[in-house]
Design a protein around this ligand. Structure first.
Ligand SMILES: [Zn+2]
Length: 781
């Protein structure tokens, strides 16, 4: 590769991109389910390294405009690095459709000067480039099975096709010399006047496993709990970001000394062209300029295992860059480390760090980092406020429970150059006067007395709340009693516990994650209804890291309502994480299109599942033995899917009946639907989507969703003991409008809201209290 030496170049790029920094987006730093992202910011260009689950929610919270990103680079093509890509693409696609609608509308305004989404093209269609190592094509093929990404014009590049893998462990040492001799293959991905981004692919060939083959299930069971053999096979891209050199200052007196006449010739020299002097000789720009300042280099390094480190070592990358740094005066280099703590703690890693020249910066954004707070601070604030009001329904936000105290200490041996890459840490690369880390936007930085932003999240209006609440209770919410079922009056707390992992529709908001309802059944395990992006993170926030592993291991069934991405895009990541803690395949009951999604995905990662089509579980069908068996273990007497009326084929609702007499029904996405209401008759817990508020019938009909009042009516028709509304459009980030359609059996779902058969009786009292306290906030910007 080798960066183009601009010498006396005019540096037009510098004019446009005077400032440049890296910023740590600490996704997963709290829950460890995803890799952090790193944003590379220029005045006119944005690049993103990794896009894990929760990226959209994080962007809303931190005002990062996903639509302005020009390229995405993945260090791995697994969900850890790319879990947020499907959701982000969907949002981009929606935006583009929206813009098309506006443009074609009669009252379309004048042409917008705004930059089109994701590096848009002249015809208004977008163009987003995504780069990743081996598996990239399989990953996008998987996306194509459920996302219409035609309009985004996604450019996908699989880096390192044809690169030979390096054998693992001992073999790699033997081959080290020859491989080092051959040198690494640098793939140039972006090259413009400001920056060159290139990549080296690390691929470890595991001699324990036959190349290209995943272990069979029985073999899998023998593997270690952390299942390192699978991680070892992951191909990884290392990214090198080389900023262009800054040309030295033009020295007019030197030019005149050399006989260059004032005027256009000076301009030519400044632009990097040689000119002829008055004596007929050529004068080169280098002769009349101060020496140029070498542009800094940043390296994004994700090493899942020590074998990947060995692979990197064998390619001579360190030597190349270390030499460059020693040879060029003023050359700066910073490495951003995304590797897990196991690798950072290894002796080999310490010696690796030791070989870099003094002055090299190391930012440790390690997976097991030391974040003490959630990265979604608005959601945590709301959760904390709700906890104060109703501790029985809103448990305190769990820290991930990592050894945060020791994490910093563990890195003590890495020397002074290693700094903690906390969430939102910036590392300035340009201008050189600002070069280095900048904590002003991190939590710590903000708390250190820097100007604190007005907290727009907290709009609790304690003043008059009591009065408003009384008014809602007395005059608005209808009185409606349903006799308490015996399963409730005789319940013990451990019978059935329900947690909402997400209660939002389509796109996450600051307060509402995507669909997911986790039902824990005493000690025997649980069943998950829908599995939208971020479900693992939410379960970790609910149960803490240690119990999360237990929950995953004991998860018996995931039921998915329909093929829309917000209902299943968290599934691959859940399966990946579960395969590390459980031996049995997970039973997935879902719409038939989901089988294809998962089978395409299984080319990338080992995800042991048994798939059952929802239509095999409708009324009158004999349930597959495996499913009956799992339900039996959970104490569930019956699971029935009911086809509902939504904007895609094979959309279902579900009705579960517990052996202890409870009945829980969940509508999935649907217009009000008689067959579902009939099947759900007498439900103890009736969960229904309520995407739109009551005035928006046209939208509800077009998109085949339900209005608040329709969901409440459906519950009343089913004679439900409690009706819980969920799947709210992001128009209502906190509370939907409470009006006369609400009754005393109506409840509203919030993220991480939890209840059991004992506490469900009092769940409706949350509605007036919360509605009286929170203003309706405007839509997400
Ligand atoms: Zn849907």
């Amino acid at each position: 590769m080798g960066k183009k030496d601009k010498g006396g170049g005019g540096g037009g790029g510098n004019q446009r991109n005077q400032s440049c920094y890296l910023q740590v987006l600490g996704l997963g730093c709290d829950t460890l389910d995803t890799l952090p992202s790193v944003l590379l910011f220029f005045d006119n260009e944005r690049y993103l390294f990794n896009i894990g689950e929760g990226f959209q929610k994080f962007s809303l919270e931190n005002r990062i405009k996903a639509a302005r990103i020009d390229g995405i680079f993945l260090t791995r093509t697994t969900t850890e690095a790319a879990g947020g890509l499907p959701g982000t693409l969907l949002t981009l696609a929606d935006k583009i459709h929206g813009d098309h609608d506006k443009r074609s509308g009669a009252d379309a305004g004048p042409g917008s000067n705004k930059k089109p989404a994701a590096g848009g093209t002249a015809d208004g269609r977008s163009f987003l480039s995504v780069f990743g190592p081996k598996g990239m094509k399989d990953f996008t093929n998987c996306l194509r099975t459920y996302i219409n990404i035609r309009d985004i014009r996604l450019g996908v590049k699989e880096i390192g096709e044809g690169d030979a893998p390096v054998a693992a462990s001992g073999a790699s040492l033997r081959e080290k010399e020859s491989a080092a001799g051959a040198g690494a293959r640098y793939h140039t991905l972006v090259k413009n006047e400001a920056v060159e981004i290139s990549s080296v692919v690390l691929e470890v060939e595991d001699s324990d496993l036959q190349p290209g083959k995943r272990p069979r299930l029985e073999e899998e069971a023998c593997l270690s709990r952390r299942n390192n053999s699978v991680d070892k096979q992951v191909a990884v891209s290392v990214y090198m970001i080389d900023l262009c050199d800054i040309p030295g200052k033009f020295l007019p007196h030197k030019a005149m000394e050399l006989g260059v006449p004032k005027g256009p010739a000076f301009g030519k020299l400044c632009r990097g062209e040689s000119v002829m002097n008055t004596f007929g000789k050529y004068v080169a720009p280098g002769e009349v300029m101060e020496p140029s300042i070498p542009g800094p280099t940043a390296i994004i390094l994700d090493l899942p295992t020590v074998d990947h480190l060995r692979c990197l070592e064998s390619k001579g990358v360190v030597e190349k860059y270390a030499k460059e740094q020693r040879d060029k005066e003023g050359k700066r280099l910073v490495m951003v480390h995304l590797s897990p703590l196991e690798v950072l703690r290894s002796e080999e890693f310490t010696s690796f760090l030791g070989r870099w020249p003094a002055g090299t910066g190391h930012v440790m954004v390690h997976h097991n980092g030391s974040e003490k707070q959630s990265i979604f601070s608005s959601a945590v604030r709301l959760q904390t406020e709700l906890h104060e009001l109703f501790p029985e329904f809103f448990p305190r936000h769990q820290n991930a429970g990592r050894d945060s105290a020791s994490a910093g200490a563990d890195l003590g041996g890495l020397g002074e150059q290693a700094i903690d890459g906390t969430n939102l840490l910036k590392y300035h690369l340009r201008p050189m006067s600002r070069y280095g880390p900048d904590e002003s936007e991190t939590m710590e930085g903000k708390q250190q007395g820097l100007e604190k932003e007005k907290d727009d999240a907290v709009t609790t209006t304690a003043d008059g709340a009591e009065e408003k609440k009384q008014n809602l209770v007395a005059n608005v919410i209808r009185r409606h009693e349903v006799e308490k079922p015996s399963c409730v009056s005789e319940a013990s707390a451990g019978d059935l516990e329900v947690t909402f992992c997400g209660s939002g529709a389509a796109v996450p908001s600051k307060y509402r994650n995507l669909s997911g309802i986790y039902c824990q059944l005493s000690e025997s395990g649980g069943i998950l209804l829908d599995s939208g992006e971020g479900v693992c993170g939410q379960l970790t926030r609910r149960y803490g890291k240690a119990r999360f592993d237990e929950v995953l291991a004991n998860l018996k069934v995931v039921w998915v309502s329909h093929i829309h991405a917000d209902h299943h895009s968290g599934l691959p990541s859940l399966l990946r994480m579960r395969s590390k803690v459980a031996k049995d395949p997970l039973v997935i009951v879902g719409p038939r299109q989901l089988r294809r999604v998962l089978s395409t995905y299984s080319k990338i990662e080992y995800i042991p599942i048994e798939f059952i089509d929802c239509s095999q579980t409708t009324e009158g069908k004999a349930l597959p033995a495996l499913l009956s068996d799992r339900l039996e273990q959970l104490g569930i007497a019956s699971l029935r899917s009911v086809e509902v009326n939504h904007s895609c084929y094979n959309a279902f609702g579900v009705v579960l009946e517990g052996k202890s007499g409870w009945k829980l029904s969940f509508s999935g996405d649907t217009r009000p639907h008689e067959a579902f209401i009939k099947a759900a008759a007498g439900s103890t817990i009736f969960i229904h989507e309520a995407t739109f508020e009551n005035g928006l019938l046209e939208e509800a009909l077009a998109k085949k969703h339900s209005l608040t009042k329709e969901a409440i009516e459906s519950g009343a028709k089913a004679g439900a003991y409690r009706t819980i509304l969920t799947h709210f459009s992001q128009r209502y980030p906190k509370v939907p409008v409470v009006d006369e359609s609400f009754s005393t059996t109506t409840c509203v779902a919030f993220d991480l809201m939890t209840f059991n058969l004992k506490t469900i009786e009092h769940l409706p009292k949350v509605v007036p209290e919360v509605a009286a306290r929170y203003e309706i906030e405007p839509m997400n910007p």
